[in-house]
Design a binder for this molecule. Sequence first.
Ligand SMILES: Nc1ncnc2c1ncn2[C@@H]1O[C@H](COP(=O)(O)OP(=O)(O)O)[C@@H](O)[C@H]1O
Ligand SMILES: [Mg+2]
Length: 269
Amino acid sequence: MDGSLKLEAGAAGAPFYLAQGDECEVFAAAYTNNLPVLLKGPTGCGKTRFVAHMAAQLGRPLYTVACHDDLAAADLIGRYLLKGGETVWVDGPLTRAVREGAICYLDEVVEARKDVTVVLHPLTDDRRILPIDRTGEELDAAPGFMLVASYNPGYQNILKTLKPSTRQRFISMEFDFPAAPVETQIVAQESGLDPDRCAALVRLAGKLRGLKGQDLEEGVSTRLVVYAATLIAQGMSTDRAILAAMVEPLTDDEDIKRGLLDLVTAVFG
Ligand SMILES: Nc1ncnc2c1ncn2[C@@H]1O[C@H](COP(=O)(O)OP(=O)(O)O)[C@@H](O)[C@H]1O
Ligand SMILES: [Mg+2]
């Protein structure tokens, strides 16, 4: 890694992010070397926060695109629009990032339509170009441009995985829910609830995550633990907050819900 690149803790305005390991260093090294990055991991484990934090640390503007099954290449690149009777070209977020040397973050990239990955390929190798067919332009990515994508490998959808030809263009990092002491610190910082009570919520989260695969498709996210702690910090009773933030969001099945509530009782008495 380029020794000149320093990661200052708490650079002005950087969103709070507590590292789980060496992910900040790996991301910074990828940035310095113009390598695209893919973040894998379950929903609500800190991927988006991580990218926001790193963009601020590295001093790059950030364009985030939440991908969905209707998202087409034109949504990223741009399109001609009618403005006051005239047709004008309007850059999409990817094109803007390429021009400005910003970080472009494609959240849940596997959701996007297939033509999107084709657009990404010439940006992810050492050409770093973005051809814009509609205008005939071919943009060289400005220094500082970085492509970051995320996806959740947990969703078992055969049609929605990344092709090896795409996947092998990215430095990849696996994210998971933080270890209990780290998660406790995160929840306390985000919610303002005292660390002891946060630790109990994190302990419950650990138990609920143990049910993943049997009864639950996804374990409770760090985001939901933060929600529960926030409600409790605002004065809601612990039982009510846990039901609203850590049980109801996980299942619609009454039997499974009863099982989850038994776990709550086991942890909180
Ligand atoms: N390592 C972390 N540092 C700080 N906050 C975190 C961390 N991990 C999770 N969070 C909290 O969890 C919430 C959800 O994280 P987010 O980045 O949106 O998840 P993802 O993008 O993986 O779905 C954040 O808003 C933040 O409150
Ligand atoms: Mg996210």
